[in-house]
Write a protein of this length. Structure first.
Lengths: 91, 300
C-alpha cells in the first residue's frame, strides 16, 4: 500500500529546493528530485511505494491543489488588511 | 536574600550593554536552513524597546536569543519576505512575546505554515502594517533620540505576484527597512535581488545611504552588485549567513576590494552594532575571526 504525502515548494536555492512537508516541517531536497517545472508555491503530490529492495517515489505537480492553496493564501492576506491602522506608526 | 535577588533580576530590564541603540544580527546558524533574525533595541527612553526583523526558521533558537537579551515584549515584528528561513520561527516568537505591531509586505504564499502564521496574527489581535506600496514609518518615540524605521515597499509588480510569477520571485518582493537615529543609519534589504535593488536605486535612492548595510540574500552575488554599494556607501557590511552556501566568495572579494569591513554570523556569531549616545558607532562580534566563503562561484 503506497503512502501519500504533500510537498509545497518554498523556494529554490541553487541546486537545493526547500519544501514544506505535509503542512509543517521544512526540508532541503536536491532540486533534481522534483519535477523540472516545479516552482515556488507549487503543491506536489508524493506517493511512496517502498519495499525491502526498492522504493518507488513519484512526485507530481498538482495544479488544482496549487490553485486552492494559493487562493487560501490570498484570503489569509485579505483577512489582515482591515487590521492596518494606516499611516505612520508611533511605538 | 533570594527575594532581593529575584527583584533585582526583574528590574534588570534594560540590556546590560548601556549603549542607547543596539542592533544585533543574531547567530541562528544552528537553525537547519538558517536565515535572518535581527534584534533592534532602543534604550534611549530609559527602558528597552525591541523590534525584531525576521525570525529564521527555528523559533526556539530565536526565543532563546531574545531571552538572553532580556526581551519581554516586542514593539514590532517585521517580516522582510515570506520565505521559510525568515518566517518559519515567527509564529512561535509571537506566541511567546506580546507584540504591538506586525509589519509585512502583504505577499501571499501557498504554504500552510505561512497561512498559519497570518491566522495566528489575526487571532492574537496584533495590529498589522501592510507595507505594499510607497513608504511607511515606524517611530520609537523618544524626543530628539527617536529611532525611525522607514519601511520601503517592494515594486508594485509584486501585487500581481501570486498569479503571474508564483513563489520564485519572492526575494524580489522583500520589504526594506532603513533605521535612522540622529547621525546613524543602517539598511536592511531583506533578500532583495538585482531586480528589486535596481528598482529601489531608481525609486528610493535618497533613502539608501547608510553607515551599515545588512547584506541582501545572505551575501549572494545577486544581493550585492557593485552599483548597490555605490548607492548605499556603507562603512561596514554585516552578512547574516546560514552556513550552508552563504556567503559567496565574489561578494567577500568585492567588499575587500573596496576596503569595506565585513562580518558574518557564521564566522563571528551574533554581531552587535553599538550606537552610544553622542559617540561613534562600533561593531562588536561575538567571537573573533574573518568571513569565509561557503560558495566559491555561483549565480545565486
Amino acid at each position: 500500500m503506497a503512502e501519500t504525502h504533500r510537498f509545497i515548494v518554498d523556494r529554490h536555492e541553487g541546486n537545493v529546493s526547500v519544501v514544506e512537508i505535509d503542512g509543517h516541517a521544512f526540508v532541503d531536497l536536491p532540486r533534481w528530485l522534483l519535477p523540472t517545472g516545479a516552482r515556488g508555491d507549487d503543491v506536489l503530490g508524493v506517493t511512496v511505494d517502498a519495499g525491502a529492495e526498492r522504493a518507488v517515489i513519484t512526485v507530481t505537480r498538482d495544479a488544482a491543489a496549487t490553485e486552492r492553496a494559493k487562493a487560501a493564501g490570498r484570503r489569509a492576506v485579505e483577512r489582515l488588511k482591515p487590521k492596518d491602522p494606516g499611516g505612520d506608526l508611533v511605538l | 536574600m533570594l527575594a532581593v535577588l529575584r527583584l533585582a533580576a526583574a528590574l534588570a530590564l534594560p540590556p546590560s550593554d548601556s549603549a542607547v541603540l543596539l542592533v544585533r544580527v543574531l547567530d541562528v546558524s544552528d537553525a537547519r536552513i538558517g536565515g535572518d533574525a535581527i534584534l533592534i533595541t532602543d534604550s534611549a527612553g530609559g527602558r528597552a524597546r525591541h523590534v525584531l526583523i525576521d525570525a529564521s526558521d527555528r523559533g526556539a533558537t530565536v526565543i532563546a536569543r531574545l531571552r538572553q537579551f532580556q526581551v519581554d515584549t516586542l514593539a514590532a515584528v517585521i517580516l522582510s519576505h515570506p520565505h521559510a528561513d525568515h518566517y518559519g520561527g515567527m509564529a512561535e516568537v509571537l506566541e511567546h512575546f506580546p507584540t504591538r505591531a506586525f509589519v509585512y509586505g502583504g505577499t501571499s504564499r501557498a504554504a500552510r505554515s505561512y497561512r498559519a502564521l497570518l491566522a495566528a496574527i489575526d487571532r492574537l489581535g496584533i495590529p498589522v502594517v501592510t507595507a505594499d506600496t510607497g513608504v511607511r514609518r515606524l517611530v520609537l518615540l523618544t524626543a530628539a533620540d527617536s529611532v525611525i524605521l522607514t519601511i520601503l515597499a517592494p515594486p508594485t509588480s509584486c501585487h500581481a505576484l501570486p498569479v503571474s510569477a508564483g513563489g520564485d520571485e519572492i526575494n524580489n518582493c522583500s520589504i526594506g527597512v532603513r533605521l535612522e537615529r540622529r547621525g546613524f543609519s543602517m539598511l536592511f534589504p531583506g533578500d532583495a535581488e538585482i531586480a528589486e535593488l535596481e528598482w529601489w536605486m531608481v525609486a528610493r535612492r535618497a533613502l539608501l545611504a547608510a553607515n551599515v548595510l545588512k547584506a541582501s540574500h545572505h551575501g549572494s552575488t545577486n544581493g550585492t552588485p557593485p552599483e548597490w554599494l555605490d548607492a548605499v556607501r556603507p562603512g561596514a557590511v554585516v552578512i547574516s549567513a546560514n552556513g550552508r552556501q552563504h556567503p559567496f566568495a565574489e561578494v567577500l572579494a568585492l567588499l575587500a576590494a573596496r576596503a569595506i569591513p565585513s562580518y558574518c554570523t557564521a564566522d563571528h556569531g551574533t554581531i552587535t552594532i553599538r550606537v552610544p549616545q553622542g559617540g561613534a558607532w562600533t561593531i562588536v562580534p561575538e567571537r573573533p575571526g574573518v568571513c569565509h566563503a561557503r560558495t566559491v562561484r555561483g549565480d545565486r
